[in-house]
Design a protein around this ligand. Structure first.
Ligand code: HDD
Length: 699
């Protein structure tokens, strides 16, 4: 049974009615007939043919044959969790009539599904991609779905381009290569011809595309929506989720290795942390813009390729989301959950953003093919906790037994019921619209470069290096030279330096002069270097040990880090135990060959002459440390353990002669020192130490 905070929400009580446990039960057919042999089919004689009348065989095979449903056309791979949301106070009542956003006494149950966009359902978690962050709020007034991503902008401005974009980024049609990767000709061909993609491509080439954890990434509603208050007054709004643990990413080299070592890396992290009671938490923040300020910006609020810089409109914290319960069954819940941008509750409304408008059609439509009919809202995970009563009838998979003769409105035969509601019903915002029917992109959507430049200018040194390396990697995989050139030409509108650096890496003639001068503006909120770095919660630490290890070092480090919320694992060449220097046994958590440094955030080498000597003679252990160093991770070493650093090729870092020393995330201790643990915590909380000279490290 899954461990979870015993959250007795309306939604969980409702789901309890559908939960089916095998405990103490006997095997039956779907018709409830008891079965005493499910290993041998009914045959004409011991060596004879199977008989058609074997209903158990037929039912078992038929059901199996029909187990699969189509995967999502995008966002096929995902992981989900239940939780709850609570607003801090009633201050938003000025802007919205949505009860769940204004009543701090209410805890609203939610289901969240995180996803990657391009890969198949079985693809690796850590590919370079956007992450979906879709939240279904089961409010008392119906479901509200906030179907967002971990990046605040999108690839295209008008949803009619979505099939084109998705066809370009998905594996190529002739050979279905590459899986879950944007590093191929068709995507970049699309990019070079559609400059509206370029801002999003900057995000995609940044470390934002490689989240360390679903609990360490932001979420964005992307579009400008409307909040509508009780008087019918509207305010523009952008939705943001900010993770409590900060916004942290993996490195590209690391992600590629993790994709092989543990393709379920992000999914496992979410699951394990919830099981262990380390519940992911996010703060909901809103950017609010009065209607009268609609035209005050140098971009269009309806253009989903633009952000509102937080320095211009602050993201106001309004409430807290906690994910505290894993699903019981992946298919029933995570696979069958159906999000729809059109699921809004009174107090929240749309805008004319043409991307948003297209989505209003697509999400409902796609569920019909994916979930096989119009009754998917009756699937347990999708069912609102609010009462559902209407005249919709029949269809595949109808679960309800609708009573009464009248399935129409108005009626007298059912006393007019279900009756039109007298209060609390949804009212669309009365926006005045007056225009000619035309196919034309608004002039106000035409500036594709300024915000890409803003993003670039806001990056720290290491973030810029990673972006350049990503463009070089992706374009380096593009076979058509003219496509590489076309992309470099766009980048030369974003920033000349960026264009030159990318060009030099991919065999394109670097541009001589800039296409557009850099405007020099930046937005500090965009840099992950400015994200909070104050906790080691949910971080995984490897402690390397062999016979003769100084077990006191293990105990101290483990106690300090565990207390601070980190997860410590003792790794040795083999499973079982190692013998400590004092003779006692030390439990091994995992054998080194079953894991890798890329699966941890930090590595610690305790003292003990024999232990360190053994580790120094073991290629896996040496590689473990070298690779952790290369990836900028915190490394701790005590006494003899320091020798392993040199053996692993750790360079340009000073180590302790006596007492404790911390340099570029390498924390060393010789002899007694009380502050080893606290220095280690600081080094791990800093996430990564990219200031190191590490290019020469052969790992
Ligand atoms: Fe979408 C799924 C997010 C644009 C059409 N989308 C999907 C999911 C997320 C997003 C998180 C997965 C939901 C889940 O976990 O089940 N999509 C976005 C964001 C967009 C966006 C943030 C831009 C701001 N999407 C977009 C457009 C279209 C679609 C423009 C079509 C015109 N999206 C779909 C879809 C999917 C989907 C085909 C596939 C599976 C599903 O809906 O349920 O309808």
């Amino acid at each position: 049974m899954a461990h979870h905070a015993d959250h007795d929400s309306d939604k969980q009580r409702q789901l309890d009615r559908d939960r089916v446990s095998p405990e103490g039960a006997e095997l039956t057919t779907d018709q409830g007939i008891k079965v005493d042999d499910t290993d041998n089919s009914l045959a004409a004689g011991e060596r004879g043919p199977t008989l058609m009348e074997d209903f158990h065989f037929r039912e078992k095979i038929t059901h199996f044959d029909h187990e699969r449903i189509p995967e999502r056309v995008v966002h096929a791979r995902g992981a989900g969790a239940y939780g709850h949301f609570r607003v801090y106070d009633d201050a938003l009542a000025e802007y919205t009539s949505a009860e769940f956003l204004t009543d701090p006494s209410l805890s609203t149950p939610v289901f969240v599904r995180f996803s990657t966009v391009g890969g198949s359902r079985g693809s690796a978690d850590t590919v370079r991609d956007v992450r979906g962050f879709a939240t279904k709020f089961y409010t008392r007034h119906g479901n509200f779905d906030l179907v967002g991503n971990n990046m605040p902008v999108f690839f295209i401005q008008d949803g009619i381009k979505f099939p084109d974009f998705v066809h370009a980024v998905k594996p190529e049609p002739h050979n279905e290569i590459p899986q879950a990767s944007s590093a191929h000709d068709t995507l970049w061909d699309f990019v070079q011809l559609q400059p509206e993609t370029i801002h999003m491509m900057m995000w995609l080439m940044s470390d934002r595309a490689l989240p360390r954890s679903f609990a360490m990434m932001q979420g964005f509603g992307v579009h400008t929506f409307r909040l509508v208050n009780a008087e019918g007054r509207a305010t523009f709004v952008k939705f943001h989720w900010k993770p409590k643990l900060g916004t942290h990413s993996l490195e590209w080299d690391e992600t590629q290795k993790i994709a092989g070592k543990d393709p379920d890396f992000n999914r496992r992290d979410l699951w394990d942390n919830i099981e262990a009671g380390r519940f992911p938490e996010y703060e909901l923040c809103l950017q609010l813009v009065p209607e009268e300020d609609e035209h005050k910006f140098d971009f269009d609020l309806l253009d989903a390729t633009k952000i509102i810089p937080e320095e211009e409109v602050p993201a106001r914290p309004v409430g807290r989301l906690v994910l505290d319960r894993n699903p019981e069954n992946f298919f029933a819940e995570t696979e069958q959950v159906a999000f729809h941008l059109g699921n809004v509750v009174p107090g929240i409304d749309f805008t004319n953003d043409p991307l948003l408008q297209a989505r209003l059609f697509s999400y409902l439509d796609t569920q019909l093919i994916r979930l096989g009919g119009p009754n998917f809202s009756q699937i347990p995970v999708n069912r609102p906790v609010a009462e559902v009563r209407n005249h919709h009838r029949d269809g595949y998979h109808q679960m309800a037994i609708h009573q009464a003769r009248a399935a129409y409105h108005p009626n007298t035969l059912s006393g007019g019921c279900p009756a039109l509601s007298e209060n609390g019903s949804y009212h669309h915002y009365q926006e005045k619209v007056d225009g000619n029917k035309i196919r034309k992109r608004s002039e106000s959507f035409q500036d594709h470069y300024s915000q890409a430049t803003l993003f670039w200018n806001s990056m720290s040194g290491w973030e810029k290096e990673h972006i350049v390396a990503a463009f070089r990697f992706e374009l380096g995989k593009v076979e058509t030279m003219s496509i590489r050139e076309g992309v470099v030409d766009h980048l030369n509108h974003v920033d000349h330096d960026l264009a030159v650096q990318v060009a030099e890496g991919v065999g394109v003639e670097p541009p001589k002069v800039s296409n557009t001068p850099n405007h020099g503006r930046s937005s500090p909120a965009l840099s992950q270097a400015n994200a909070p770095r104050d906790t080691v919660e949910a971080r995984k630490i490897a402690i390397l040990a062999a016979d003769g290890v100084a077990s006191a070092d293990i105990t101290t480090v483990r106690d300090t880090l565990t207390e601070a919320g980190a997860i410590c694992e003792v790794l040795a060449v083999k499973d079982g135990t190692v013998r400590a220097v004092d003779g006692g046994p030390v439990e091994v958590t995992r054998a080194m060959p079953t894991v890798a440094s890329v699966l941890y955030d930090a590595v610690v080498i305790p003292g003990g002459a024999d232990s360190v000597r053994a580790l120094m003679g073991d290629g896996l252990a040496v590689h473990f440390v070298a690779e952790a160093f290369k990836h900028g991770k915190a490394i701790g070493a005590a006494d003899e353990g320091i020798d392993l650093l040199e053996r692993a090729g750790v360079v340009g870092v000073s180590v302790a002669d006596e007492g404790c020393r911390a340099d570029q995330g390498v924390v060393t201790r010789r002899g007694a020192a009380d502050d080893f643990g606290t220095h280690l915590i600081d080094a791990i909380a800093a996430h990564r130490h990219f200031e190191r000279q590490k290019d020469a490290v052969p790992a």
